[in-house]
Design a protein around this ligand. Structure first.
Ligand SMILES: *Cc1c(COP(=O)(O)O)cnc(C)c1O
Length: 239
């Protein structure tokens, strides 16, 4: 079937292939289990997303622009867990509170404070991840790997958020060896963080791996992979 120009047979094949590669890679993961498959759905029409939820067992999606998320939100299959995975400005936080199960991209105290304040005002606690700029790239958001653990711990002052772990985006176009190096490094930060939170019964989260890196990320201990292109094909900005 074709929905809005997307071939559902092709998408089904993509889901099958990605899932089988993930379960193969998970055999090597220190977590001993496969990561959650989160579909990165920027530019993907809501009809296609809902079809994947209904027919391919899609459970988690991530949007990276607040406006696009808001345009889609009311039409999304209500069973979908919606994550926010993009850069977030303080003035847009209010739109996400109560709509997202996890915000993957907290990298400054002012943003954390605003998420906390808005969450408390709504009577909820919002789960967040600290974004780590694992290669210390000048152009990228995220906290430096040296500061990530201390920054994550400093957020315990905010009662309206709960830091679940870390998210990273390795430099695009890295070699397989480099991907392994960056993800291994992020996994170490995650393990240090988890060890210090041993009193916490809630499972820690490590969000890493995209279309070109999810096998390496899974092998290095990712608990959520964020995949767009490998599921839906090249992004189309014309519809
Ligand atoms: C788009 C996006 C992805 C998925 O990228 P692909 O290369 O298409 O798999 C993952 N994470 C974030 C934050 C994104 O914006």
């Amino acid at each position: 079937m074709i929905i809005k120009g997307y071939d559902t047979d092709e998408i089904k094949e993509n889901f099958d292939k990605v899932r089988s590669l993930i379960s193969e890679a998970a055999a090597k993961s220190p977590n001993g289990k496969p990561p959650i498959l989160l579909a990165a759905t920027k530019t993907v029409p809501v009809e296609v997303i809902n079809y994947a939820a209904e027919h391919f067992g899609l459970t988690d999606i991530g949007e990276n622009r607040v406006q696009e998320l808001m345009e889609k939100y009311d039409s999304l299959d209500p069973r979908l867990r919606v994550h926010f995975i993009g850069n977030l400005q303080k003035n847009k936080v209010k739109y996400l509170i109560g709509r997202t199960v996890l915000i993957h991209s907290v990298d400054n105290t002012a943003l954390a404070a605003e998420i906390s304040r808005r969450s408390l005002a709504t009577g909820i606690v919002t789960d967040v991840l600290v974004e780590v700029n694992i290669a210390d790239e000048a152009s990228k958001s995220g906290v430096s790997p040296n500061e990530a653990l201390a920054f994550a711990e400093s957020l315990s002052q905010f009662e309206g958020i709960r830091v679940r772990g870390f998210m990273t985006m390795a430099p695009a176009g890295s070699s397989d060896e480099e991907y392994h190096k960056y993800f291994k490094k992020t996994y170490r930060i995650f393990i240090d963080f988890s060890a210090k939170k041993s009193d916490n019964i809630i499972e820690p989260v490590l969000s890493m791996g995209m279309s070109d890196s999810f096998i390496a990320a899974t092998e290095e201990g990712s608990t959520i992979v964020r995949i767009g292109t490998a599921l839906f094909g090249k992004r189309r900005y014309d519809i």
